[in-house]
Design a protein around this ligand. Structure first.
Ligand SMILES: [Mn+2]
Length: 664
């Protein structure tokens, strides 16, 4: 056993704890010299302000190192944050998750941390509006704000314009006076400063995502898109989010974006042509060439000029979701030629077909086997051998267990393994530093992790305690579990927005005056990104996307006590109609749908991993909830045990973990 689970090189390479610093290239400049170089460029170009966000041109959640310009400039490595530089100020906006990290990483003599969300800290656009007003008062000229239009969403330009208008009115009592302007004409200002040390934009090869897992042929997806285009009177559809592009073409890639099986590319569909814009090195293989033989392949950078050309023909209309596209793309489309709407791939991708669901189910059973192997190892180390294990080693061994499963590619996001108080840091990621803790029998651990398999994507959180948990911990753990069961057991009409279900996740916590500061559920891609739109389950009422059959969602209530502990219990669920007859219908025309009876949805569990029983206060649980738990464990055992060797430690762990709960 020790050979299988030792800290092998493979496990280390695949674990998620390696920091991205080595991917940042050799960087010999000081923070001061970088700022100085930027300010001198701004002077040359007559820019008063320059903005450096952390986005890539596809507005991805995780970005390749080549786009980590804000990290290069500021030294701050968090995933969210925007730098704003003027001749005399250097400011960094980031949210509360990263205040600690930013304070440590920013050179305080050069940079000021703007604590986003604090009552006295303005938003970036508000700040720029006020700056413009002051500038106008002093010099009676417009303030010039420079951006790289490829790394800002279209909405930013709109918001900034509004902010200038507002500030002119409120600060200067001026109507219809432009006090600021956006300059998007220059190539990125950071890249020449970064120079040769800037990592290359990745060009990992695409591979074919087989029909067996994709379920729908590319030509059928294109047909469906064109049908939608006809009804919207659009002549060109633009896809710029990376998961939309790979979904459309039934391809995947590994290496461009860590943990996401996507590749850097754009796509367009017109009435007579389908175009993939990417580095030609991504599509060199014979299998991909054959697979894409009907598709026009063009250089990555051609997209903007092609859209512009398309708009020159009178009557042409471009359909793009500007909330998910960069400003460079959106800004070349004249208003009267723009169809600004959720694109046709988004709903298609969200509602998984039967082949995709089969792949997801398989991935979760396999993931359950990996977790049983891991838990047997961990429990042996902690309980039997009485040792302690570091959070980093936990990440490595768990990833190693997943890597032994067929079709495993990489983690689906950086593993969160937080012991004790580290579990209260919601986006914690263990590194070998002062913050890293060791697990033993005295403290609980929260492990949120997942895998990318060729056929599916997983994401699961469990909280474990190998010693004696306090009554207070058990009470809270039970309330979190009751929340999970509350959502899981819901039956609801299709098209109900996710927020309607959120309260069931919080009911028991609220009764104890407790709550958690994150959403309850996010969509999950099928062999795709672990965070996927367009719907979610959240207390925020903004997302009105209706829940539909075939969607996959996480159900992850939690509770966090700063400096003490964190609890989260997360399963992935698929949505099915309650009436099995409804599940058989493939496509229903709109007229039929209108006249048909109301259809109800329910959840089916994908995640096949036991929930620790001796942390549950059975007195707080209803008989129905206890039945739920027993039935779940029965299902887990039936599905996962065939993948484990008889009498192996993993099998023994699974057996014991799936026994009926003692109700006395
Ligand atoms: Mn999740």
């Amino acid at each position: 056993m020790s050979r299988r689970f030792s800290k092998s090189k493979t496990a280390r390479a695949m674990s998620t704890t390696t920091e991205t610093d080595e991917t940042m290239g050799t960087d010999t400049m000081t923070p001061a010299s970088k700022l100085e170089a930027l300010r001198s460029k701004m002077k040359q170009l007559n820019l008063d302000v320059y903005l450096i966000p952390s986005d890539d041109p596809h507005l991805s959640e995780y970005v390749p190192a080549a786009y980590m310009r804000r990290k290069f400039l500021t030294g701050f490595g968090g995933s969210a944050g925007t730098a704003v530089v003027t001749q005399d100020k250097a400011l960094l906006w980031t949210d509360s998750r990263y205040w600690n990290e930013a304070n440590l990483q920013l050179d305080g003599s050069l940079w000021t941390l703007m604590k986003q969300g604090q009552p006295k800290v303005p938003t970036i656009v508000k700040y720029l509006g006020e700056l413009a007003a002051k500038h106008y008062k002093d010099a009676e000229t417009k303030v010039k704000v420079g951006i790289d239009p490829f790394v800002h969403p279209a909405s930013f330009a709109k918001d900034l314009k509004e902010a200038f208008k507002d500030a002119a009115k409120t600060e200067l009592s001026l109507e219809d006076t432009e006090i600021g302007e956006l300059d998007t004409s220059n190539p990125n200002l950071i890249d020449p400063i970064w120079g040769d040390a800037r990592p290359e934009v990745p060009f990992s090869a695409f591979r074919v995502h087989p029909l067996e897992y994709a379920g729908v042929k590319v030509e059928d997806k294109i047909k469906a898109i064109r049908k939608e285009m006809e009804s919207k009177k659009a002549t060109l559809s633009v896809f710029s989010a990376l998961d939309d592009v790979v979904y459309l073409f039934n391809v995947r890639a590994m290496g461009d974006v860590d943990t996401c099986p996507v590749g850097i590319a754009y796509a367009t569909v017109s009435n007579d042509e389908v175009t993939l814009y990417c580095d030609s090195r991504k599509v060199e293989s014979k299998s991909v060439q054959d697979h894409l033989k009907e598709i026009t392949i063009k250089p990555y950078d051609d997209i903007v000029k092609d859209i512009q050309t398309h708009c020159e023909t009178k009557g042409n209309k471009v359909w793009v979701d500007t909330s998910r596209a960069n400003y460079a793309i959106s800004s070349v489309i004249p208003k009267n030629a723009l169809v600004d709407n959720q694109n046709a791939v988004t709903p298609m991708k969200a509602c998984k077909n039967e082949a995709e669901l089969e792949g997801m189910r398989k991935a979760h059973v396999v993931d359950g086997a990996a977790m049983a192997n891991f838990m047997a190892w961990l429990e042996d180390r902690i309980v039997v051998q009485g040792k302690s294990v570091s959070e980093v080693e936990i990440d490595e061994v768990l990833t190693g267990c997943r890597a032994e499963q067929p079709g495993f590619l990489e983690c689906s996001f950086p593993t969160i393994a937080g012991v004790g108080s580290n579990a209260a840091i919601i986006h914690y990621r263990a590194k070998e530093d002062d913050l890293m803790k060791y697990l033993d029998t005295t403290q609980p651990i929260l492990i949120d992790s997942g895998g990318q398999y060729t056929y599916g994507t997983t994401d699961v959180t469990r909280t474990w305690h190998f010693g004696e948990a306090t009554d207070e911990f058990k009470d809270t753990y039970t309330r979190v579990l009751k929340g999970n069961i509350g959502v899981d057991s819901m039956t609801f009409p299709e098209n109900v927005p996710g927020f309607v279900l959120d309260v069931f996740a919080r009911k028991s916590l609220w009764e104890a005056g407790k709550d958690y500061g994150h959403g309850t559920g996010h969509g999950v891609g099928a062999a795709l990104n672990v965070h996927e739109g367009p719907f979610g389950i959240s207390p925020r009422f903004g997302n009105l996307e209706g829940l539909k059959r075939g969607m996959v969602v996480s159900n992850e209530p939690g509770y966090y006590e700063d400096g003490n502990f964190g609890i989260r219990i997360e399963n992935l669920l698929e949505m099915q109609f309650v009436n099995p007859e409804h599940n058989k219908e493939s496509e229903v025309s709109e007229d039929e749908a209108k006249s048909a009876e109301k259809k109800f949805l329910m959840f089916k569990k994908l995640t096949m991993i036991p929930i620790q029983k001796n942390l549950i206060n059975v007195d707080l649980m209803s008989p129905t909830e206890l039945d739920w738990l027993d039935a779940y464990h029965e299902e887990v055992f039936a599905k996962v045990s065939p993948l484990l060797e008889a009498d192996s430690p993993a099998m023994k762990w699974l057996q014991k973990s799936c026994e009926k709960i003692d109700r006395s």
